[in-house]
Design a protein around this ligand. Sequence first.
Ligand SMILES: Cc1cc2nc3c(=O)[nH]c(=O)nc-3n(C[C@H](O)[C@H](O)[C@H](O)COP(=O)(O)OP(=O)(O)OC[C@H]3O[C@@H](n4cnc5c(N)ncnc54)[C@H](O)[C@@H]3O)c2cc1C
Ligand code: HEM
Length: 404
Amino acid sequence: MLSQPSAATVRATLPVVGGAIGDITGRFYDRLFTAHPELLRDLFNRGNQAAGTQRQALAGSIAAFATYLVEHPDERPDVMLRRIAHKHASLGVAPDQYAVVHEHLFAAIAEVLGDAVTPEVAAAWDEVYWLMANALIAIEARLYAEQGVTADDVWREWEVVGRVEETPEVATFQLRPAAAFRVPDFRPGQYVSVQVQLPDGARQIRQYSLSAAPGSDLRQISVKRVRGGGPSPDGEVSGHLHAHAREGAVLRLSAPYGDLVLDESDADTPLLLASAGIGVTPMIAMLEQLAASGHRAPVTVVHADRSPAAHALRADHAAYTGKLPDAAAHFFYERPGPEQEHPAALTGRVDLAALPPLRAGTRAYLCGPLPFMREVRAQLIGRGVAPADIHYEVFGPDLWLGQA
Ligand SMILES: Cc1cc2nc3c(=O)[nH]c(=O)nc-3n(C[C@H](O)[C@H](O)[C@H](O)COP(=O)(O)OP(=O)(O)OC[C@H]3O[C@@H](n4cnc5c(N)ncnc54)[C@H](O)[C@@H]3O)c2cc1C
Ligand code: HEM
């Protein structure tokens, strides 16, 4: 809870801090990475830094957190905090690093806002920062403990024991522990962080959703190779995995994290699982789990892709849906291919009007590019689905967070 005087100061300075937050986070990262180049090399995603998306997500989250605090002084924006904490825990972010971030963030604020940062303003925003940081540190401590790891020891070695080329762009890697360690449980929808050493010596980390249900010591991820074009280079980690992760290779994985998971209370709830492109991966794990657990409530499966040939895990997608007693899959393709091969395919963008009406009380899980999720979310709300029942995963820094 924010103290009363700080709440008044934060409320009064939100417009000026909010307006400058893009510059502040830009200066913050410059300062942080100048002082600690190893953080950019081995912890932060340098693709996101180059594209600017991570600074937008951090900026959005701080401004949204401060706004939330002044509007709801007795509550905490738990959805936002949980998402960040899961990501941090999958990376091994440690409590003492919050002081490092604090130092460079507040130096950046002073640099950008100059005299506007009176001692009173600095103290009020300091309170906001530590409220957020301490909330994150507490959730992260719990997440580490639940998975039996510590912040300074999150990586475990897994051996590639199978590889399937799903499409020309997507490969599935099956992994098993390369040594004896406790294999933590996970819930369908969760992801692992994968750390690879690149030719320039950098150890870069990316997240990959587990694309098979829990239940064995094997883990499965499905990775789309990101192709460059124009000024954009090829994706570093996806390219590295496609080139080097063959049977016998060893990968470093974090424990599973992520808060887009099937809920226990989903057993009797009508579900909608909507994905686009490589956003299919968490949906496959969820569907496999639903099929394995004998789920009986209605399930609507929606997927959008360029073509059937580009639709990774298409056979699993259809087969797991087919095992459910009250489920239907609706695949939308920009180029559906021969009608006789894909008689049930729909053409064009996802249009929920082309589907049977959704059941009352439907809970939706979305995963795909932001424009896809925005569109589906709007369609769902238009069909009476409660915003609180729409859950989503973004395969990058969550630029929605500030608006969630
Ligand atoms: C929770 C979560 C789950 C995910 N699950 C999956 C999954 O199941 N399967 C999957 O395939 N992916 C998944 N992802 C995405 C994955 O983590 C990576 O983001 C993806 O593989 C791309 O990483 P990369 O290293 O190959 O590309 P990067 O090197 O990170 O590049 C990303 C983009 O930035 C551009 N870029 C990089 N540097 C520059 C530059 N200097 N100038 C301009 N542009 C630049 C690249 O061209 C590319 O378009 C998930 C992400 C999250 C957050
Ligand atoms: C109060 C302080 C902090 C806030 C508000 C914050 C906020 C965020 C947010 C919003 C994201 C994006 C989450 C998403 O994927 O959607 C993120 C990711 C990340 N954070 Fe933090 N963070 C804080 C502290 C830290 C600290 C102390 C570190 C460690 C030095 C750290 C390292 C990272 C890294 C490495 C990522 C992933 C970056 C990427 O993939 O591009 N953060 N954080």
